[in-house]
Ligand binder design. Structure first.
Ligand code: FE
Ligand code: ZN
Ligand code: FE
Length: 196
């Protein structure tokens, strides 16, 4: 009878899964960059692509430090997240809305990776694989920074621009219904066609 797998086996499996996830992301990030209208957003995706290539090399060092062959194993989780990102890119959104959606898609990927690397670091430390743990921690920090960068772009203007285009009409209505008065300066029918 085969012996039961250990945490070390699970760790190697997770490393393979994450290695494959990073490789999938090197194909997805250029698509996100290309779809972005905001130059800083495009640059954020491009610079994270370069970082991701370094993360792949770092994972290769991790395998080496453990005397393991470098190998990937299909990551269904990131494949699903990338698939959803592709669907959103096929939508006919205005530029700001598309940028907001690209950020949402990118952050799903970053959070997935943060979960993966968080686990990998904790397991590596628990088993005393300190060289691996240090390498994995470096990547975890990069993923967190990438996530924060996306948040700052969203909150630093992209969401607001998208929201202004969407809600200008509805807000006026809300004021009219709620307070019985029109917003000062709002001219009926002048703000263009309603969205949706
Ligand atoms: Fe990554
Ligand atoms: Zn996975
Ligand atoms: Fe990432």
């Amino acid at each position: 009878m085969a012996e039961a797998g250990t945490l070390h086996d699970a760790f190697i499996d997770e490393l393979r899964d994450t290695y494959d996830a990073e490789r999938q992301l090197t194909k997805a990030l250029p698509k996100l960059a290309k779809a972005a209208s905001s130059a800083p957003l495009r640059e954020a995706f491009e610079s994270h692509l370069a970082e991701t290539q370094g993360q792949i090399e770092r994972l290769e060092q991790v395998f080496e430090s453990l005397d393991e062959k470098v190998r990937g194993k299909h990551c269904d989780g990131i494949a699903g997240i990338i698939e959803e990102g592709k669907s959103v890119m096929e939508e006919d959104f205005d530029d700001d809305t598309m940028d907001a959606c690209l950020i949402a898609a990118g952050q799903r990927a970053e959070h997935y990776e943060m979960a993966a690397y968080g686990t990998l670091v904790a397991w590596a430390r628990a088993m005393g694989h300190s060289e691996a743990a240090d390498l994995l921690q470096e990547t975890l920090d990069e993923e967190k920074a990438a996530d924060e960068k996306l948040s700052s772009l969203a909150e630093g203007g992209i969401n607001q621009s998208a929201a202004e285009a969407t809600h200008s009409d509805e807000d006026e209505e809300a004021v009219a219904v709620g307070g019985g008065a029109r917003k000062k300066g709002a001219t009926n029918g002048k703000s263009g066609a309603r969205r949706r």
